[in-house]
Design a binder for this molecule. Structure first.
Ligand code: GDP
Ligand code: MN
Length: 422
């Protein structure tokens, strides 16, 4: 699955001018143990498990839930995949460990409160505040299953593959013919034929195919009734006693459905969010953190995309996507500036405003106010054009701030790249 910031960016920036443009498209992501519980409610087979946030809780769970289990699976709960192959900043290898029950408290203690870095977390990693203890099943076959929304068919698409467990991205590239894709008619719902095609893609070796068809139908029911945008099980596996089980769970939900999925949305875990994005959401800004060095403050999603492109063209990389919108207040501009300056990776800030409904003088006052509240350690390049541009330029000039002014977009990007990398 494409899960990088660019994917988010593409889907989030498709807004048209208007007040609701201020509302950023976000997807709720829940932890594996929460996803497993939801699946279980729908009759999907999952390993027995319980989550813990302290070593004492871990011990209680072992005593009360798994008194007779020789081995257990200890799984770090972070809102990112690739945990199995991840590494803790403490040096511990692997976010998923299979160990004997009496060693579980020790390994859980080494995970709790620590930062796990995986292919999907970015180099800063994510903190593990819970571990999920599961019964150890003997997996004899690991497969891949996902339901997502497909642009081409404008509806749900079920993806299945007879190989799973590790990185599906590599697999899809190496063996594209192995991936089965079954579009579902959202009005008709899933048919027996659809489910059978999905099972053909899974190609179970030892478990009952009819049972697999029923499991697939239950997964689809959960997906559609819960307003999921993604339901991914990697691996969906077969056990030594010939059963199909969902041994992992990644579920995302459409934020527009928050009003009718109250119980699910109560599961949001803000400790896993990018702190820059949390601050931006509070200020009602369209912000997406990226990993470059040039902080951008722009009005309008289209102009923001163009600004990022032109930074790239001049050899720089944007640190973020930030659209202050068509009618941001001075206070929002201050907040935006605070977020940009708090990011240690930012080496220069490029302000690119085309004043239409958004007036240049509001932006200018916001920048000046922000500069009074936070210390500006990096160069700021400003390009203003449009409504009240002269007033805006005067405000900036009279503030006595050291700014680099630019004539047009191209000039601004060139100056920003120069300032950031010199
Ligand atoms: P991810 O790396 O974040 O996707 O985490 P997973 O939940 O997929 O766990 C990583 C790997 O651990 C899986 O691909 C399995 O191979 C293995 N694993 C997870 N649960 C079990 C289990 O109950 N039994 C066995 N034998 N392996 C498991
Ligand atoms: Mn997995």
């Amino acid at each position: 699955m494409v899960r990088g910031p660019l994917n988010k960016l593409v889907s989030r920036s498709l807004s048209v001018a208007g007040n609701w443009q201020q509302q950023q498209l976000r997807r709720l992501n829940i932890h594996e143990y929460q996803g497993a519980e939801l699946m279980s409610k729908y009759g999907v087979r999952v390993p027995r498990g319980a989550a813990a946030s302290t070593v004492d809780e871990v011990k209680e769970i072992i005593r009360d839930v798994f008194p007779n289990n020789r081995d257990l699976v200890v799984k770090s709960q972070i809102l990112a995949g690739g945990r199995g192959l991840g590494t803790f900043t403490s040096g511990l290898k692997g976010g998923v460990h299979i160990v004997e029950a009496d060693r579980v408290p020790d390994i859980a203690g080494k995970m709790l409160g620590q930062v796990l870095v995986t292919k999907q977390t970015g180099p800063q990693g994510k903190v593990v505040s819970k571990v999920y203890l599961c019964e150890k099943l003997t997996l004899v076959n690991e497969m891949y299953f996902a339901i997502t929304l497909d642009r081409k068919t404008a509806g749900p698409l079920i993806i299945s593959c007879r190989k799973g467990g590790t990185s599906i991205e590599d697999l899809a590239e190496k063996y594209p013919h192995m991936i089965a894709k079954v579009p579902i008619d959202v009005f008709k719902g899933i048919t027996d034929e659809d489910a059978a095609k999905v099972v053909e893609g899974l190609d179970p070796k030892v478990s009952d195919k009819k049972d697999a068809v029923e499991q697939v139908k239950k997964l689809y029911k959960l997906f559609s009734e819960s307003d999921c945008t993604l339901l991914e099980i990697n691996p969906i596996a077969e056990t030594a006693d010939n059963k199909l089980v969902a041994a992992d769970a990644k579920l995302n939900f459409d934020d527009n459905a928050a009003f009718r999925q109250k119980a699910i949305f109560a599961l949001r875990d803000p400790t896993q969010d990018d702190p820059r994005e949390v601050a931006a959401a509070k200020a009602d800004l369209n912000y997406i953190g990226l990993d470059g060095e040039i902080g951008c403050m722009v009005n309008g999603a289209g102009l923001a995309m163009a600004t990022m492109d032109i930074i790239k063209l001049h050899g720089g990389t944007p640190a973020n996507f930030l659209d202050v919108g068509g009618n941001a207040s001075e206070g929002q501009v201050v907040e935006a500036f605070k977020i940009l300056t708090s990011d240690e990776k930012v080496k220069a800030i490029l302000v690119n405003i085309f004043g239409g409904i958004m007036k240049c003088d509001i932006i200018a006052s916001g920048i000046v106010n922000a500069a009074r509240q936070v210390s500006l350690k990096v160069p700021v390049i400003v390009r203003l054009e449009g409504t009240n541009v002269d007033q805006g330029k005067r405000i900036l000039k009279e503030s006595g701030m050291t700014l680099i002014t630019a004539e047009d977009l191209d000039d601004a990007a060139e100056k920003a790249v120069k300032a950031a990398y010199n």
